[in-house]
Write a protein that binds this ligand. Structure first.
Ligand SMILES: Nc1nc2c(c(=O)[nH]1)N[C@H]1C(S)=C(S)[C@@H](COP(=O)(O)O)O[C@H]1N2
Ligand SMILES: [Mo]
Length: 221
């Protein structure tokens, strides 16, 4: 994965589509624990580090907001849908090089859920956990409060499919797609950033597109 990442970040935009194909082929044989990796429709690839992920829906999906907050809370799907929805159309960019341009996501701004829970002054970061039982992510509180960070309910104007992390995933628009945790089930306010799954394996915690994971040093050719 890290090897693929390095190859991906070294390529300029003109190399992108050839590289995508090469990386796609290589990634399917990737021995480092990515499973369920299938080239998807419209340029997406489906990633899961967990071998199997349960399905959750209307009846049994819950999102908890806890940790360093005054009002720990729990949302069902209907609760999330009842909140104001934001729509964003941005490019999805995986750090291994593939990209899906102009991709609409809608959902609830994360900052809205944080405000509802009442973030305590000693909290500086947010940790995200997933009902796949394995994946995790993190943001600083400042990053988490950005208007372009969503608790997403739709992708391409359709309910998020199971493969894409449905019914609810995080969508961190300005960062590489590994920050956008699929199958989101927990949001917890913490004192410090706790590095997520891929970050414990070498990726940057501040994953700004074009400004992290070695891109700053990438050759311009
Ligand atoms: N729970 C979970 N979320 C995850 C991942 C994962 O393996 N598990 N992979 C990340 C990575 S590296 C990418 S590129 C995107 C892929 O999203 P997609 O499968 O919808 O294309 O999900 C991110 N979120
Ligand atoms: Mo990724």
């Amino acid at each position: 994965m890290l090897g693929l990442g390095a190859a991906g970040v070294a390529a300029g935009p003109s190399l992108q589509s050839g590289l995508d194909a090469a990386l796609g082929a290589a990634a399917e044989k990737d021995p480092t624990g990515l499973t369920g990796l299938v080239p998807g429709a419209g340029g997406f690839r489906y990633y899961s580090v967990a071998a199997s992920v349960p399905r959750r829906g209307e009846r049994d999906y819950r999102l908890t907001v806890g940790g360093l907050v005054d009002r720990p809370s729990r949302y069902r799907l209907a609760d999330l849908r009842a909140l104001p929805q934001d729509r964003m159309v941005r490019d999805v960019q995986c750090v291994t090089g593939w990209r899906v341009p102009h991709t609409p996501f809608t959902g609830v701004r994360l900052s809205r859920l944080l405000d509802a829970a009442g973030v305590r002054p000693e909290a500086n970061a947010v940790r995200f956990t997933c009902f796949d039982g394995t994946y995790s992510e993190s943001l600083t509180l400042q990053q988490a409060r950005r208007a372009d960070v969503l608790v997403a309910l739709t992708l391409q104007d359709k309910p998020l499919s199971h493969a894409h992390g449905g019914p609810v995933r995080l969508y961190v628009a300005p960062m590489y797609f590994y920050k956008s945790a699929k199958w989101l089930s927990g949001i917890s306010l913490t004192r410090e950033v706790r590095p997520g799954y891929w970050e414990q394996r070498g990726y940057d915690t501040d994953a700004w597109v074009g400004r992290s994971n070695g891109r700053d040093d990438a050759p311009t050719a």
